[in-house]
Design a protein around this ligand. Structure first.
Ligand code: PLP
Length: 459
């Protein structure tokens, strides 16, 4: 796989440093074997997340300087409204401080206690907020999404037939709605086709259900659609985005991904005044006045600019190309990952690489810790540690796959950094059977992977 050269040049640098293995062994122990508790300065290459870790452009930084900090009706807010209307085509757009703020505002307004939400797969914060609102999140991804070794163009798709069966079995009055996550982060940043969005829309219309698009990586999804869905080969990314969003009723968007800002989020409503009023009623107490929604004026200005930059096709080709390059190195080394590689990074199939570690000792987490000890690389579990306990029974839940996610921040690391990552994984693969599983020694009630304490399991 050829590396697609960066469609930008570097104007500012931030030094990073390599530490010794002994230092990292002690540091990760002191952090209770949870990468979130490390000091970032002790990390060499940080692939923990692509969220809020991107490099803003000179145009965005210029926007920071001219951001309007008025409490209400700021100029920057109107710039953002112009951008959101043009890109998504929804009547109402609401800034909030990040994706989970959108979820906190939305789900209590749309959920009756005990109702189910169906999804092509919930991201953990979305799952958490559905639970906190008294709802029950159900993942119904297509069968290909769960098979990490076979190629399929759109592994992020929903299993529409399974959704229909679920609705018929449980009664439509017990369903709050459908969440479509694009790209589908939890199954590996896998894209959702426009055809699947259309089918889900038909299903929702038949039963009179709402569709919420969890749109964090909407631009990467649109680029995949352009590359893989014949109907859209000559469409622009904006046209594909417009069409995708036309099949939803509401969107919740973490702007820390495809809008390439360090902080920000959005909620959009296509045309439902009643829902807009509910959203406004929650935004003001939780996020602040409607025209700033928990953000500084300068953040809003950078967001308005970043939303458009994130749609540039040269950028998106390079962006998807980075994951494809890293995946190509793993192919050469026989390291299993969710195939084909997704948009925002490579999801190593830790369940396959470390078959001696059972799901309840978190293979995805074990590999992430080993990568840190090996080369100062920070990654994270997208597997059974990320799954919270069942909100009703309190039982641990087994994830469909045990991934270690190597998320690539936008416009931050170079080809040489990716080579270092591949070399580290090759060394670990050579001594895979020595990697220990982990057990939890303390955990909070929801979103446990952020703060849980763990220790290696001794045999
Ligand atoms: C699909 C998806 N939805 C929602 C969120 C939550 O967004 P935030 O981290 O901005 O709260 C994320 C974050 O990673 C995500 O990937």
């Amino acid at each position: 796989m050829k590396y697609i050269a960066e469609p930008f040049k570097i104007k500012m640098v931030e030094p990073i440093r390599m530490t010794t293995r002994e230092y990292r062994e002690q540091t990760i122990k002191d952090a209770f074997y949870n990468g979130f508790s490390l000091r970032a300065e002790d990390v060499y290459i940080d692939l923990q997340t692509d969220s809020g870790t991107g490099a803003m452009s000179h145009t965005q930084w210029a926007g920071i300087m001219v951001g309007d900090e008025s409490y209400s009706g700021a100029r920057s807010y109107f710039h953002l409204m112009e951008a959101t209307k043009e890109i998504f085509g929804y009547a109402y757009n609401q800034p909030v401080h990040q994706g989970r703020a959108a979820e906190k505002v939305l789900f209590p307004a749309l959920t009756k206690p005990g109702q189910y939400w169906l999804s092509n797969t919930f991201f953990d914060t979305t799952r958490g907020h559905v639970g906190l609102a008294g709802g029950r999140p159900i993942d119904l991804v297509c069968a290909e999404g769960l098979d990490t070794t076979t190629y399929a163009d759109f592994k992020g798709n929903a299993d529409v037939r399974a959704m229909r069966t679920f609705i018929n079995t449980h009664g439509v009055e017990n369903i709050a709605g459908i969440v479509m996550t694009i790209t589908n982060n939890t199954v590996g940043g896998q894209p959702v086709s426009v055809a699947n969005m259309r089918e889900v829309r038909e299903l929702a219309d038949y039963y009179g259900l709402l569709i919420v698009i969890d749109a964090a990586r909407f631009a990467e999804n649109a680029m995949f659609v352009k590359q893989r869905e014949v109907e859209f080969r000559t469409s622009t990314i904006t046209d594909i985005t417009r069409e995708t969003f036309s099949y939803g009723d509401i969107y919740a968007l973490s702007a820390k991904k495809d809008a390439i800002v360090n902080m920000g989020g959005l909620i959009g409503v296509r045309d439902d005044e009643e829902i807009v009023e509910k959203i406004k009623a929650n935004v003001i107490p939780f996020e602040g006045y409607l025209t700033y929604g928990g953000l500084a004026g300068r953040d809003i200005e950078a967001l308005a600019i970043g939303l458009k930059e994130g749609l540039n096709e040269d950028y998106l080709a390079y962006r998807l190309g980075q994951s494809q390059y890293l995946a190509g190195l793993f192919d050469e080394a026989g390291i299993p990952y969710q195939t084909p590689v997704g948009g925002h990074g490579v999801f190593i199939d830790a369940g396959k690489l470390l078959p001696h570690i059972p799901w309840y000792q978190f293979p995805g987490h074990a590999l992430a810790i080993e990568l840190y000890i090996e080369a100062g690389i920070r990654a994270c579990d997208i597997g059974s540690l990320l799954m919270d306990r069942d909100p009703v029974t309190g039982e641990p839940q087994q994830a469909a796959s045990e991934f270690t996610r190597l998320a690539i921040p936008r416009r931050v690391y170079t080809q040489a950094h990716l080579d270092v990552v591949a070399d580290a994984l090759k060394s670990i693969k050579a001594r895979a059977e020595q990697v220990p599983g982990y057990e939890i020694t303390w955990e909070p009630r929801v979103l446990r992977h952020f703060t849980a304490h763990l220790q290696p399991v001794k045999h």
